[in-house]
Design a protein around this ligand. Structure first.
Ligand SMILES: Cc1cc2nc3c(=O)[nH]c(=O)nc-3n(C[C@H](O)[C@H](O)[C@H](O)COP(=O)(O)O)c2cc1C
Length: 164
């Protein structure tokens, strides 16, 4: 798929087919994530791929609005070393994951990590050292249904030339 088509067609998917995602696809997605821009090229990220159903259920139960992670074949946890720009860097990598997944015919949904009360619990479940912050959890899998195409603000509304 062309890059712009991927950008335009990506939507959050929260229901997945009960079939595994090929290891090569997961590796390709994480390979795209690691190529994201980062402040001073610091690359503070680590990507934890979780397929184990019990562990996914534990993660899902800890979240507020990510219960569907229990049914997504894959969950990727994006952690970043606690640098000044860890959040921006981790979000750039997260977006790369969503777009790469779409390109490979997979559905995905970003589940909040940073600022959430459950972040330390997720870190503990995944054995992550203290100086790392959870940026996002990403549910991945083959979509069970067409995603809901939520309305987006129009170009005219959001585009400003030269001043606000
Ligand atoms: C920082 C962030 C946190 C999010 N957290 C959640 C979440 O916890 N649970 C969820 O179902 N979706 C979550 N989402 C997905 C948004 O709900 C979704 O992107 C938004 O409704 C727009 O829909 P779209 O992705 O289909 O364009 C999150 C998205 C972002 C960027």
């Amino acid at each position: 798929m062309e890059t712009l088509e991927v950008l335009r067609k990506r939507r959050s998917v929260r229901r997945f087919k009960d079939i595994p995602v090929e290891r090569e696809k997961i590796e390709e997605i994480i390979d795209c994530a690691r190529l994201a821009p980062s402040a001073n090229n610091s690359q503070p990220w680590e990507f934890i791929v979780v397929t184990d159903p019990d562990k996914r259920r534990e993660i899902a139960n800890a979240t507020d609005y990510g219960k569907f992670i229990a049914q997504s074949p894959v969950c990727v946890a994006v952690f970043c070393r606690d640098t000044h720009f860890y959040l921006e860097d981790g979000c750039a990598a997260t977006e790369n994951i969503l777009l790469a997944a779409r390109d490979l015919g997979l559905g995905s949904c970003w589940v909040a990590g940073d600022k959430k009360h459950y972040s330390p619990q997720i870190a503990e479940i995944l054995n992550v050292p203290d100086d790392y912050r959870l940026v996002s959890l990403i549910a991945l899998g083959y979509p069970a249904a067409e995603p809901v195409m939520l309305a987006k603000r129009s170009l005219e509304e959001v585009l400003h030339w030269e001043k606000f």
